[in-house]
Design a protein around this ligand. Structure first.
Ligand code: ATP
Ligand code: MG
Length: 229
């Protein structure tokens, strides 16, 4: 699903990613960890074509990012569900409209759109906010709208940048169940997180750890089991 070979990225003189090579197979659940500034969001942005590939090779969902023309980016995005760290939802549109918008680029009957939008809004516990404008929602509710919008398209690959960052633990656990369900049905999930508790919700997941833009083994404290007492 994702293959990176010696991928590097700099902002001016500063290298945000250095020589990253990795392979993520179809159907894997990946946690992307690393301290603040380690390069997680930069890697995600490269994967969904928001940053140009400057150095190295990358293929994502069958698209070679090196040869990709700007006009092909929407085609890549169609295969992906992206949960942005800063949500990027439309504040003056309702929850329903924000989620449905993701489907408008796919010519789909209105009744199918309606069914899918309602189902995902319900799964994320937002049904009583369907017609509320997103600017009137709490941070955690907005985050759930961002997740719903990514999932409603039934993507091959979900790239989720700290999708539980604004949620209380109970709600985070519920959302992790929703991500796991998608994964069980074959969707590849790449999720950036800082939270050890979140890592423990998917014990079989693979952890990819970044330090100062470089891949390295995850530190022991991330792998430790919870104390049973
Ligand atoms: N648009 C940008 N312009 C300049 N530097 C940037 C830009 N975006 C990111 N950086 C720098 O690249 C490095 C990696 O940032 P990135 O946002 O990828 O980190 P992160 O791992 O996602 O951190 P966090 O956990 O805080 O979200 C940081 O040093 C950051 O300052
Ligand atoms: Mg980030």
């Amino acid at each position: 699903m994702i293959r990176l070979n010696r991928l590097s990225h700099s902002f001016g003189p500063n290298w945000a990613l250095k020589d990253v090579s990795l392979h993520i197979g179809k159907g894997e659940f990946i946690f992307l960890t690393g301290h603040s500034g380690a390069g997680k969001t930069t890697l995600m942005r490269l994967l969904y074509g928001a940053l140009p590939l400057k150095r190295g090779q990358a293929t994502v969902a069958g698209f070679d990012l090196h040869d990709m023309k700007r006009g092909q980016i929407p085609m890549l995005r169609r295969e992906l569900g992206v949960v942005f760290q800063d949500f990027k939802i439309l504040p003056n549109r309702s929850v329903y409209e924000n989620v449905a918008l993701a489907l408008t680029v796919r010519s789909m009957p209105k009744s199918t759109v309606d069914k899918r939008v309602r189902a995902i809004i319900r799964a994320l516990g937002l049904e009583n906010k369907s017609y509320t404008k997103c600017r009137q929602l709490s941070g955690g509710e907005q985050q759930r709208v961002a997740i719903a919008r990514a999932m409603v398209v039934n993507p091959k690959l979900i790239l989720a940048d700290e999708p539980t960052g604004n949620l209380d633990f109970e709600l985070s656990l519920h959302l992790m169940e929703v991500f796991k369900q998608f994964n069980t049905h074959g969707t590849t999930v790449v999720m950036a997180t800082h939270s050890r508790e979140i890592l423990r919700t998917v014990p079989d997941a693979r952890i990819i750890h970044l330090e100062d833009g470089q891949l390295c083994d995850p530190p022991a404290h991330l792998l430790e089991e919870c104390c049973p007492c």
